[in-house]
Design a protein around this ligand. Structure first.
Ligand SMILES: Nc1nc2c(ncn2[C@@H]2O[C@H](COP(=O)(O)OP(=O)(O)OP(=O)(O)O)[C@@H](O)[C@H]2O)c(=O)[nH]1
Ligand SMILES: [Mg+2]
Ligand SMILES: [Zn+2]
Length: 333
């Protein structure tokens, strides 16, 4: 069911078409039928009241209809668009269609206001900086949970390889991260957006899909994006240092023609909250715990008598991540 205010929409139509102010139940049916006859478009970007959409292959600017009060569209959403009534007007979005997938986050684990990062994407690629893997993998562990909840695939990209290429210990850490996540079927690509290393492999990962990039500020999402979509020319931070720079301020989707892909650059965030999730649900979204073969009902594998989990069955770093997230969600709940 599209998220719309049918009654308000009817009012607007009555005004538009000078319909008799007649309220009957089949007006709702008619309003829905009319919506179904309208074109569908895909949201590429939002900037306050303006919504850029892809309407039958053309990038046009639309606006939310007055009837959409309170309804929110996000990048990637499919919407129904009513044509502009006058030449100087913009097409109006009158409905947001149900989502196939949605990646949401909250400000922290206590907050439960869900913010949509991207709707209807096939895949999220979490970008990590090779010289800051601890923070990056903690972020990745959270996004893997959110992607599992929201029904999209997840992958990782360890970027800035050039910064650690000469450091054997750091390179061993990069390899350990690749192995840890590939073991749970999360593809990991290793790149340097600066030198171009690994970009072909990253391109293959995103080819033919709708993929969003997420990650801390300054990890190189926009530079990677510009490399994959050369005509996009997104703003990239001037220096290679971190410090909560937040160069990208809004999510935006671009077509990477050579890859037949739609790629979404998103603003870096400091934290990726999972406030919408109950602590006991977490276990469902750690594949290695879900597939443990523990047959206790609703087992969280945290000391229940008869639990099948024994030390060594699960990667210790991922196990720590599970316990840490669980504790954080318990504090929030
Ligand atoms: N050495 C090196 N620097 C890189 C690489 N990728 C990006 N950078 C630099 O890192 C800085 C941040 O890059 P951005 O692409 O702006 O980072 P971002 O992830 O988009 O950041 P936000 O938009 O704030 O979320 C810039 O100065 C880039 O030039 C890389 O592979 N190696
Ligand atoms: Mg950016
Ligand atoms: Zn168990």
């Amino acid at each position: 069911m599209p998220r719309i205010d049918i009654e308000a929409l009817e009012d607007e139509w009555e005004e538009d078409h000078h319909l008799l102010a007649r309220r009957s139940r089949d007006l709702s049916v008619k309003a829905r039928q009319r919506i179904e006859q309208l074109d569908t478009a895909r949201v590429l970007g939002l900037d306050r009241g303006r919504v850029t959409v892809d309407l039958n292959g053309e990038v046009v600017e639309a606006a939310l209809a007055g009837t959409m009060r309170g309804a929110k569209a996000a990048v990637g959403d499919w919407v129904r668009v009513r044509p502009a009534k006058r030449d100087d007007d913009r097409p109006r979005i009158v409905a947001v269609l149900d989502r196939d997938s949605v990646l949401t986050r909250t400000a922290d684990d206590v907050d439960d206001e869900e913010r949509v990062v991207v709707a209807n994407a096939d895949q999220i690629v979490v970008v990590l900086a090779a010289d800051y893997l601890d923070g990056g993998t903690r972020f990745l562990d959270r996004v893997l949970v959110a992607a599992s909840v929201g029904g999209l695939d997840a992958a990782a990209c360890v970027n800035k390889l050039d910064l650690v290429a000469d450091d054997d210990a750091a390179m061993a850490e990069v390899r350990a991260v690749v192995d840890r996540y590939e073991a749970i079927d999360v593809p990991v690509r290793v790149t340097s957006a600066l030198t171009g290393e690994g970009l072909d492999e990253l391109g293959l990962l995103v080819a033919g899909t709708w993929t969003a990039f997420a990650g801390h500020s300054g990890v190189g999402k926009s530079l990677l994006f510009n490399r994959l979509v050369p005509d996009a020319d997104h703003r990239v931070a001037a220096t290679g240092r971190y410090g909560g720079r937040h160069t990208t301020v809004a999510a935006w989707a671009w077509h990477a023609e050579a890859l037949d892909a739609w790629l979404v650059d998103t603003p870096g965030v400091r934290s990726f909250g999972l406030g919408g999730l109950a602590p006991d649900q977490l276990v469902e979204h750690f594949p290695e715990l879900r597939d443990l073969g523990c047959h206790l009902d609703d087992c969280t594998h945290t000391g229940e008598p008869g639990c099948r989990l024994t030390p060594g069955m699960v990667d210790p770093t991922r196990w720590e991540a599970y316990l840490r997230l669980r504790a954080s969600l318990q504090e929030g709940g």
